[in-house]
Design a protein around this ligand. Structure first.
Ligand SMILES: Nc1ncnc2c1ncn2[C@@H]1O[C@H](COP(=O)(O)OP(=O)(O)OP(=O)(O)O)[C@@H](O)[C@H]1O
Ligand SMILES: [Mg+2]
Length: 246
């Protein structure tokens, strides 16, 4: 069976984990308490919308996936392009279908493609989609069991109407990992492979500006180098060789 990505697989990002957990997962995990606390959710708009922004490869998608799998909450990942690649009107219809009768998290990636500031030359398609999305976000605000999490690498292009649906506290920045974080990501990823690497001190400074995805790719490349050599263990030398190839 395929091992799922769990919360402990995601290194650091404690503030981001806590904010998403407390706002989205806690009311679902402690449903009865929440129902006593918020007696009339239909009268109180509960805007459980998030925006995750930051450079690529910084665990925006995997963090939410890991939370959803750890707490066993349904998770639907949609790419914005999937709405735009349809005829005018069909994308909005697909979006409505995803939200209808749904419980759980809807993760919309590359939200800037749908929710960009209006330009004179902006297409009818993306305007329709944005309006549909705003309506859906307002419509589901009375249902705490459905949350929309959006992600982008380009927060600066987002439309104000969209942003106004994301409470300030729910706009979470995902930074590039610093040296200490990179070391922890390496250590975590290395637990998934056989290796005899004891010290990463020589490797870490060579990976300045690397994000988590690049660290993962580097380890995979190093594994291929070991495999070519018919070894069943990764060594620091393999990592060095992989780095040289980059
Ligand atoms: N802090 C981290 N801990 C563990 N793994 C990480 C971390 N940061 C990145 N990764 C790994 O890097 C890969 C890329 O992460 P992910 O796809 O979640 O990034 P993203 O921020 O969604 O990127 P994009 O903006 O390109 O969609 C994943 O395999 C993820 O597990
Ligand atoms: Mg992503």
């Amino acid at each position: 069976m395929q091992k799922k990505i769990m919360l402990e697989d995601i290194v650091g990002l404690d503030k981001q984990k806590a904010q998403i957990h407390d706002f989205i997962f806690l009311p679902l995990i402690q449903k009865e308490l929440y129902q006593q606390l918020v007696k009339y959710p239909e009268k109180l708009k509960i805007r459980k919308n998030f925006l995750l922004y930051g450079p690529p490869g910084t665990a925006k998608t995997s963090l939410v996936q890991a939370l959803a799998q750890t707490y066993e909450v349904p998770f639907t990942l949609v790419q914005s392009t999937q709405f735009l690649n349809q005829y005018v009107g069909a994308g909005a219809e697909t979006m409505r279908k995803i939200y209808s009768n749904y419980t759980g998290i809807i993760f919309i990636d590359e939200i800037d493609l749908i929710a960009q500031k209006q330009k004179n030359n902006s297409s009818q398609k993306s305007d329709d989609l944005l309006i549909q999305l705003l309506m859906l976000l307002d419509g589901v605000a009375t249902n705490y069991e459905i949350s929309t999490i959006t992600a982008t690498n380009k927060p600066e292009v987002l439309d104000e109407r969209f942003l106004s649906r994301i409470p300030q506290k729910n706009r979470l920045f995902f930074p590039l990992p610093d040296e200490e974080q990179r070391k922890k990501i390496f250590e975590k990823k290395l637990t998934y492979v056989s290796h005899n690497i004891e010290n990463l001190d020589n490797i870490i400074p060579l990976t300045k500006n690397y994000h988590g995805r690049q660290i993962e790719d580097l380890i995979v490349e190093a594994c291929n180098i070991a495999l070519k050599d018919k070894r069943t263990h990764l060594t620091s030398n393999d990592l060095h060789l992989a780095l040289e190839e980059n």
